[in-house]
Design a protein around this ligand. Structure first.
Ligand SMILES: CC(C)(COP(=O)(O)OP(=O)(O)OC[C@H]1O[C@@H](n2cnc3c(N)ncnc32)[C@H](O)[C@@H]1OP(=O)(O)O)[C@@H](O)C(=O)NCCC(=O)NCCS
Length: 274
């Protein structure tokens, strides 16, 4: 695609007004932030990766500018102090456990795909550069329906960084389940090779039939094979039992890291819960 066509392509922001505002700010400010190795573009927002307590001033200021800043790979040993530092600077904090892969997760995903056929007429498609915009929106719509903060279209299509966005369609071609993996740490970052996995959603009327297990395995395996993942990680809010269970069923386990979301109450009235 030519540069001009790419420049005018619809970025495909999606969700409520507040979420769209955060997606737009992240998109617009990323060119100014991208050379800071402490940061990554998570698409729906900007994240810090492996922050230290010395970073708290910078990152609190950034959170106020953006409305929301995620902080991932936050070490357990400094988590409480970091949270207090964010709260002292006027930010509202939400904490997520980071669940991570181990050296059996890849084979585990292969086994799931080999052992569990899709229901008759169901199929999995992947979002890509040339996907029909309606299919990209189906992915985003299903995330939204399930309370999952989705990614803007430009990220789902892989325009900004390597991603896998797997969409399961039912026998009528309607969206049934989603999962996605994003290689959001640039080469050279100390977290390069670590790939975020999430966007897990199953349409409410199809839950409890093993569809999340299949779509998650599909996306995770593609992340190993095509994104060169050396570690997969997910953020799960304590108390989200279905999500915890789905992650464990996918072969992700506990870690000593946290993901802490910092919201500027005056700039972002929404919430990232999933
Ligand atoms: C989480 C979610 C995707 C699970 O979808 P699903 O298709 O019903 O899940 P599956 O049937 O494939 O089950 C996967 C595993 O989770 C377990 N699980 C599913 N729903 C569960 C529930 N409500 N409580 C406890 N465990 C549950 C299953 O037992 C299974 O584990 P097993 O294979 O070891 O038995 C679905 O509940 C959902 O869309 N929730 C809302 C969005 C969300 O929270 N997404 C997670 C974002 S981090």
């Amino acid at each position: 695609m030519g540069m001009i066509a790419q420049a005018v392509r619809d970025p495909g922001y999606f969700g409520g007004e507040d979420h769209v505002a955060v997606q737009r700010r992240a998109h617009r400010l990323w060119p100014f932030l991208q050379h800071d190795p402490r940061l990554c573009n998570a698409g729906r927002n900007i994240n810090s990766s492996g922050p230290s307590l010395e970073d708290a001033d910078d990152f609190a200021a950034l959170a106020h500018e953006l409305g929301f800043l995620g902080n991932e790979f936050l070490e357990d040993a400094i988590k409480d102090s970091y949270v207090a530092a964010m709260e002292d600077r006027g930010l509202k904090v939400a904490q997520f456990n980071m669940l991570v892969s181990d050296n059996e997760t890849r084979e585990h995903s292969q086994r799931i795909l080999a052992d569990r056929p899709l229901p008759g007429g169901f199929r999995i498609v992947e979002i890509g550069r040339d996907s029909d915009p309606a299919q990209v929106q189906s992915f985003q719509w299903l995330n939204d329906e399930c309370g999952v903060a989705t990614l803007p279209g430009y990220v789902l299509r892989g325009d900004s960084m390597p991603v896998v966005a797997s969409l399961m369609l039912d026998c009528n071609g309607e969206p049934a389940a989603t999962a996605g993996c994003v290689a959001r740490h640039p080469p050279g970052s100390r977290f390069a090779g670590s790939v975020w996995t999430g966007l897990l959603a199953t349409r409410p009327d199809l839950r409890g039939q093993g569809l999340a297990r299949i779509i998650f395995a599909h996306a995770n395996l593609a992340a190993y094979e095509r994104l060169g993942a050396t570690l997969l990680y997910a953020g799960v809010r304590p108390g989200n039992e279905p999500s915890q269970a789905a992650c464990r069923a996918a072969g992700l386990g506990s870690s000593n890291w946290w993901l802490v979301g910092a919201t500027s109450p005056g700039r972002f009235a929404g919430e990232f819960t999933r």
